[in-house]
Structure formats: C-alpha cells, structure tokens
Write a protein that binds this ligand. Structure first.
Ligand code: GRF
Length: 211
C-alpha cells in the first residue's frame, strides 16, 4: 500500500495531473499581475492563461504582451452583463480568477460560476481602509492621515460586497510617523510581491485537489 503525505498527492495518484488555468483581472499598472505570471511560468499544476481588463490603456496589457499571455479588454456594459466574459473564460478553460488591482465589481453571474474561485489582494489590513472608492494611493493616504502604526495586505475571497469576502491571509508592515503615503505604498507592494503568488498557489492547489 502506498502512503501519501498530502491529500493532493493522493489525488494526483488517482488522476493524472490536470493543469488548472488562471485568468488575471487587472485595471492598472499590473505589477502584481506580472509577478504572478512570472511565478507560475513553469508551475506543474497552475498556469496563467489570460489577462482581462476593463481599460484599453492599462499598462497591464503591455506587460501581458511582453510575457506572451493573451489579453482581452471589455467595456463597462459588457462587464455588467457578464455573458461575454463567461464565454471567454470558458473558451480558455479558466478554472480560477485572480484580481490584481481590478476596479470593477464582479458580476453575480461570475460569482455563481466561480464560487470561492476568485481571490483578491487589498493593500490594507481589512476591514480597515476597505470598501468602495478605497483603492491604490487613496488607501495609503488614509492610513497615514489616520496615524496608523501598521498597515499591510489582505488576500481574500470575492463575494458580492467590495472587500468583504472571507480573509485568506494577512501580512503587516510598520508605518512610521515620518512615512509618506508613497513610503507605505512601497512597503505594501513588497508584501504583495512576496506573498500573493504563494497564497494563490496554496489556495488553488487545495481547491483543485478536492474537485
Ligand atoms: C495593489 O496595491 C493591490 O493591492 C490593489 O491594487 C494594486 C495594484 O497594483 N488591489 P499593481 O497594478 O499590481 O501595481
């Protein structure tokens, strides 16, 4: 009898390894998207197959092109209906979705098809400094203005409310009295690059193993 140290290895023994596909949704610069794409380049279980944006001039589209990952842009109207997006995700056999600086609300139809399969990273320690309108530099400005002594990142599942899905992981960094919002942003970005790909791998490998 064979013994398996991990349940996922046991499942891999029963079924030949089937690679799972990730789509990244991003609206802006895409430095996290790039970091995630690079991390999964030679991963045996997970691959980034698609980048989706709502902004035609988002820098993430250039990053995707450079890294040889197909990208698609949808209009706001298409986002709201959700049908074309679901069709596109089905065409690319997308199993999981990673949000990396994506500014639109995820439609109910997407949530329904991808339950607990969409995760986001937020640049603060939720529930602090979250919610509609709290993104990018606005978060770090609010952290400094309120005299916080620490900030950090929150990686969480997506549900129908902004920044309220179940928390998967948080990491902190100190905020010094001399720190500017740009200083805090730099510390938070460093945490994002260090942890987001690893947590994505853990969460989606575990989800794939029990399917
Ligand atoms: C990150 O700070 C992330 O936490 C938030 O949006 C920002 C995106 O930055 N959700 P980038 O586009 O990945 O550089």
């Amino acid at each position: 009898m064979q013994r398996f140290a991990h349940f996922s290895l046991f499942c891999a023994y029963l079924h030949p390894i089937m690679k799972r596909n990730i789509a990244i949704f991003a609206s802006g610069s895409g430095s996290n998207a790039e970091n995630v794409i690079r991390y999964f380049k030679n991963n045996r279980l997970l691959a980034v197959q698609l980048v989706v944006s709502n902004k035609i001039d988002a820098f993430v589209l250039e990053r995707a092109q450079r890294l040889d990952v197909p990208s698609v842009v949808f209009s706001k109207k298409e986002w709201e209906s959700g049908h074309e997006i679901l069709e596109l995700l089905a065409t690319y056999n997308i199993d999981f979705i990673v949000l990396a600086g994506f500014l639109l609300r995820i439609s109910d139809s997407l949530l329904h098809v991808y339950p607990d399969k969409i995760i986001n990273i937020h640049p603060s320690l939720l529930p602090k400094f979250g919610g509609k309108g709290m993104y990018g530099d606005k978060v770090h400005e609010a952290v400094v203005a309120s005299g916080e002594t620490e900030s950090g990142i929150t990686i969480h599942y997506i549900n129908e409310h902004y920044d309220e899905g179940g928390v998967i992981y948080q990491a902190t960094c100190p905020v010094l009295s001399i720190d500017t919002p740009a200083d805090v942003a730099a510390k938070v970005h460093a945490l994002e690059y260090a942890h987001y790909p690893r947590i994505i791998e853990e969460v989606f490998s575990a989800a794939a193993a029990i399917e």
